[in-house]
Design a protein around this ligand. Structure first.
Ligand code: SAM
Length: 364
């Protein structure tokens, strides 16, 4: 899908943790929570992985970041890798149809640059070809009089010079002066001896700029971690359908964890019918903050209880369908509304009332 920056389809904003967030004017939805884009990624996508127990000992970790946007989930994951000094190899496949967002992602103020500049370096190095090919748009976005404050000053200067002089850029040669400058100014002066985790070969990050539904049908790798961070299901249901989860199930390794911020009963039902074991996520205040799924039931800590499962069999559990993985959002919503209108299932409010009468139910 071609996203033309001139169409003004997104706006930057600072979120409460000082990381940059975005709003999409076409979908009418936020890309990030206003309480903190980075914090949200760490709380909803990284903490549930229980990295040390589930991943630290693996020699290689494969990640599928669906809906990368400006990359907070991948960035927070890389931060975790650096924090724990993980020694293995990391392979991350990025699924995002908006090339503009992906190519500006290393340069954005994300509240990580001062403490973990390696993260933007790893991303710049991995995305250097795409950054170079999209340099005209990147320059327009970064030099716009409203936008420029959302980018790290260090990168604003570097990208400007990169744009004008090309920095002896040779696509086949990653060891060019653009990356050298980042390394020299941000990292080597800080870390005299880079940790093992910070070697090029340890990170392979590959973007796929297409509709994620098309990309997943071409992938054959098995992934240990799947981040699913699509827009709100009711606003854009394309990546929340039964058929999409069936494809994800095929790509999930035996001990894979799929993490998502949604608490939607319909989504949980679709994940379950696709073959996943499904559980709930809670934030540090014990509030519901998402859903986790895995082919391995032992990895699900907070399993769905009778209440959640009962709710899945009401109208609230009717999920979105996309038979050939190519319907428009409007077509998916139309079918969904039709099925709901014709359904003889109990409504969720009837179910909740009955459940409360039969059980002394205290919602968590
Ligand atoms: C809620 S935002 C994700 C935010 C992101 N994780 C971040 O850290 O910035 C949803 C993203 O999904 C992308 N997207 C929506 N539908 C898509 C599709 N069918 N295929 C690929 N990307 C899609 C949008 O371009 C947007 O960047």
């Amino acid at each position: 899908m071609k996203m033309d920056y001139k169409d003004n389809y997104f706006n930057f904003t600072f979120t409460a943790d000082k990381s940059t967030g975005l709003y999409n004017n076409i979908v009418g939805d936020v890309y990030h929570s206003i309480y903190g884009a980075l914090e949200e990624a760490e709380e909803k996508f990284i903490a549930p992985l229980d990295f040390i127990n589930n991943y630290y000992c693996k020699p290689e970790i494969r990640v599928l970041d669906i809906c990368y946007g400006i990359g907070y989930n991948t960035k927070a994951f890389l931060k975790k890798i650096l924090q724990t000094n993980y020694k293995g190899n990391i392979k991350i496949d990025i699924l995002e149809y908006d090339k503009n967002l992906v190519t500006i992602s290393p340069f954005i103020k994300d509240n990580l640059f001062n403490t973990y500049p390696e993260v933007s370096y790893i991303l710049s190095a991995s995305l250097i070809n795409e950054v170079y090919n999209n340099r005209d748009t990147i320059k327009s976005i970064m030099s716009d009089k409203y936008n420029y404050k959302f980018f790290e000053p260090f990168y604003r200067n570097l990208v400007k010079q990169f744009y004008y002089f090309g920095y002896n850029y040779k696509p086949q040669n990653k060891n060019n002066s653009f990356l050298h400058n980042i390394y020299y100014h941000c990292i080597s002066q800080r870390i005299k001896k880079p940790p093992k985790a910070f070697k090029f070969n340890n990170f392979i990050i590959k973007p796929y700029f297409d509709d994620a539904r098309a990309t997943i049908q071409k992938l054959s790798n098995k992934y240990d971690i799947i981040f699913l961070d699509a827009f709100t299901p009711s606003k854009l249901p394309t990546l929340w359908t039964l058929e999409f989860f069936m494809q994800l199930y095929k790509l999930a390794s035996e001990d894979s964890l799929l993490v998502s911020y949604t608490n939607s009963t319909a989504v949980r039902h679709a994940m379950t019918d696709a073959g996943f074991y499904v559980g709930k996520l809670f934030d540090c205040n014990k509030r519901h903050c998402g859903t986790i799924a895995s082919p391995n039931n032992n990895l699900i800590k907070n399993k769905l209880d009778n209440y959640d499962i009962g709710l899945m069999h009401t109208k609230a559990g009717i999920y979105y369908r996309d038979k050939n993985l190519n319907s428009t959002a409007e077509e998916i919503i139309y079918l969904y509304n039709k099925e709901k209108a014709e359904s003889k299932l109990q409504s969720s409010s009837q179910f909740i009332k009955k459940y409360k009468m039969e059980n002394i139910y205290e919602p968590v």
